[in-house]
Design a protein around this ligand. Structure first.
Ligand SMILES: Cc1cc2nc3c(=O)[nH]c(=O)nc-3n(C[C@H](O)[C@H](O)[C@H](O)COP(=O)(O)O)c2cc1C
Length: 196
């Protein structure tokens, strides 16, 4: 069921680092992005894959993790992502990329979830440094990095508290809690005619 898959598709930030995610799996995930919607069908997104420990380490050092967890600096060695998909915008094809990369990222992560994997979209990226590390030409813009692996943490969805605090938190057992707004809060118009 798609609802189960989407519920299971949480942002995971700790992984079994030694459980490999091979390049063929990453290619299958990018294929899901390839088949997804793209504004004006320009398809300006390009991808860099990594499942090699040295390249993974180079990528990792340019990412920022879970800004609300102030006393956590990100996954420690052994719990880091086993693979990455870096989503690039090709400026030779388009000057802006709209929400194409969000759609692509969601397709990739839903596919990863179906395969028993998990991941996290990372937008907080040291882009200049990562561009250098990946030896990217100037016409590629780094849009998002997707960290992937076999999740080593439990993430649960919580109702939004009454004070409206949307920050995720981690409890003493290390379980990660993510508040989500209620359906009735986000649907402004139910489409029911209120005429006389
Ligand atoms: C565009 C985008 C950028 C994000 N960037 C980061 C990031 O830089 N670092 C991080 O740890 N999480 C990042 N996240 C993950 C969000 O924090 C996460 O989606 C949110 O806390 C809700 O959790 P959920 O994905 O489990 O629903 C990003 C998510 C999106 C959609």
């Amino acid at each position: 069921m798609i609802e189960d898959l989407i519920e299971k598709n949480r942002s995971y930030r700790r992984f079994y680092q030694n459980t490999e995610v091979n390049i063929e799996t990453l290619r299958e995930l990018v294929n899901l992005a390839r088949l997804s919607a793209s504004a004006a069908n320009k398809q300006p997104l390009k991808y860099v894959l990594s499942s090699d420990s040295k390249k993974n380490a180079d990528i990792f050092q340019n990412l920022a993790w879970a800004g609300y967890l102030k006393d956590w600096e990100g996954p420690k060695e052994g719990e880091r992502p086993a693979a990455y998909i870096v989503i690039l915008g090709d400026k030779n094809i388009a000057q802006s990329f709209g929400c194409d990369h969000g759609i692509a990222a969601q397709s990739i992560l839903i596919g990863a979830t179906e395969k028993g994997l998990g991941g996290c979209m990372i937008g907080s990226v040291r882009r200049n440094e990562l561009s250098q590390v990946l030896a990217l030409s100037d016409h590629y813009e780094i849009l998002l990095v997707i960290a992937l692996g076999k999740p080593k943490e439990t993430v649960v969805i919580e109702p939004m508290p009454s004070d409206g605090n949307f920050k995720y938190w981690r409890d003493e057992e290390g379980v990660h809690h993510v508040p989500k707004r209620a359906l009735d809060e986000i649907i402004l118009d139910q489409g029911i005619h209120k005429g006389e």
